[in-house]
Design a protein around this ligand. Structure first.
Ligand SMILES: [Mn+2]
Length: 451
């Protein structure tokens, strides 16, 4: 009897263990951030399928902030993978084949990272889609059995209505002077087969998703800001008259690399002395002189998320009285704008506030010639609709400046909109005059580089 009881107990325990491990496995899968993102995207879809192609690089663009792999960010956002020649197909209308990935490499590993069950080599894509775009009801029963995936996509497309809707990742920016990206050939080829295909831009859905950062995205941004802060501090400690702007840029890059960034989110600017109108300042190499102010505009990138921060500090380690006065005006204006950030506020509100405060402080509004804010995320000027009121999860920069003929002061900070206000991600990077001057007395690595 005792023995039996023990047996029952042991089997119960074994059953529980199995159940618990299954539960854990299920939790693990549902906690895959990329899977969650795909499910959210799928829930926004009213009909059709989504095809997202990875890209090696995008068109040469007209904007300095559009980094070479910007076009790949949708694919990385949804899969966590950055392999070239890969295609993600989402077919939410199919219970069995809602997510399919065509990609090179170790498929077991890929399944784990992306949380996708159906992974195939890239060469299967055209065959599978050719079958899928053939009317399901025209297929013989044997074809349906042998090609379950294609039959499923076909069934979904043909059952949903008169139009066969395909969402596709078109580029965000257009440069008509350059050859169009190759992936557009693929979508145009599909379009030619039937007037029933309706090709829509997946960015209409993806922008609405990507502009509100999930926990994972927020965490990567905090890490990117943190490393950027370390590198800026090192630049403050390292600078001295006689050093070139390029040398200070290399200090920034070194500290970022040292702290494990994958790459920089955009080309670093180090500008000493006044801004010159029309000059592209990102590749300057000028020697920095006593009495000048330096503006550094920079951002480390962590897991494809970038910071975007500006600090202004004196080459000599000490602000002049005039520099200090103007700097403090800008600092107060920027702070007031940052403290405005909360749900419901718009970018236009911040812009108007910045201009009016700069004007009140002594007519400085006319010395500020760019936008106060832009979205920040995987791209340094990230996707999102900048006309609608803020909601929790958006991350913006707040970056007013005062550009005088003699010198310019510029500050840029990264701010997350929360439920009831904001989180100032870059607040701890030195910005008070006294704090900067004290900090600059310390020895930095740049001071030893010419020994
Ligand atoms: Mn910026």
């Amino acid at each position: 009897m005792v023995f039996k009881k023990r047996m029952i107990f042991v089997s119960l325990f074994a059953c529980l263990t199995v159940l618990m491990s299954l539960k854990l496995f299920a939790l693990d899968q549902s906690h895959n951030i990329f899977k969650q993102r795909r499910e959210k995207l799928a829930s926004m879809l009213d009909e059709g399928i989504i095809i997202i192609k990875s890209t090696e690089s995008n068109q040469r663009n007209l904007y300095e902030f559009f980094v070479p792999n910007s076009d790949n960010h949708d694919f990385i956002y949804l899969t966590g993978l950055e392999t070239a020649d890969a295609t993600l197909v989402l077919c939410p209308g199919s219970p069995e084949y809602s997510e399919i990935l065509y990609i090179k490499g170790n498929h077991q590993e890929i399944k784990k990272v992306a949380g996708i069950e159906h992974v195939f080599p890239p060469e299967n894509l055209m065959v599978d889609l050719s079958n899928a775009f053939t009317d399901f009801s025209l297929l013989r029963y044997t074809q349906r059995i042998r090609k379950p995936l294609s039959s499923e996509i076909s069934r979904v497309l043909y059952n949903q209505g008169k139009k066969k809707v395909i969402y596709f990742n078109f580029p965000r920016f257009v440069n008509l002077e350059e050859r169009p990206p190759e992936r557009l050939d693929f979508i145009h080829r599909i379009e030619k087969f039937s007037p029933k295909y309706e090709i829509r831009d997946a960015s209409d859905l993806l922008n609405r998703l990507r502009m509100y950062h999930d926990e994972y995205g927020q965490e990567q941004l905090r890490r990117a800001v943190d490393i950027t802060g370390k590198a800026i501090r090192e630049c403050m400690k390292s600078v001295r008259p006689g050093m070139t702007e390029a040398q200070l840029r290399s200090v920034f890059r070194f500290v970022c690399d040292f702290n494990g960034t994958d790459q920089l989110g955009f080309h670093t600017t180090v500008r000493s002395g006044p801004r010159i109108k029309g000059e592209s300042s990102s590749r300057r190499t000028k020697v920095m002189k006593e009495g000048e102010l330096i503006v550094i505009d920079c951002g480390a990138e962590v897991n494809h998320y970038t910071a975007d921060i500006k600090r202004t500090f004196p080459v000599s380690g000490k602000f002049t009285a005039e520099q200090k006065k103007v700097y403090n005006i800008l600092k107060r204006v920027q702070e007031a704008c940052i403290r405005m950030v909360k749900p419901g506020v718009t970018m236009k509100d911040l812009q108007e506030k910045a201009i009016s405060l700069l004007d009140e402080a002594g007519g400085y509004g006319k010395y500020f010639g760019w936008g106060t804010s832009h979205f920040l995320g995987m791209d340094v000027h990230d996707v999102g609709n900048n006309l609608i009121p803020f909601k929790p999860g958006i991350v913006i920069t707040v970056e007013p400046g005062i550009v005088l003929p003699e010198f310019s002061v510029e500050l840029e900070d990264d701010v997350l909109c929360t439920e009831d206000g904001y989180e100032w991600l870059s607040q701890s990077i030195p910005r008070e005059v006294q704090e900067i001057e004290e900090f600059m007395k310390k020895e930095g690595i740049g001071k030893y580089l010419n020994e």
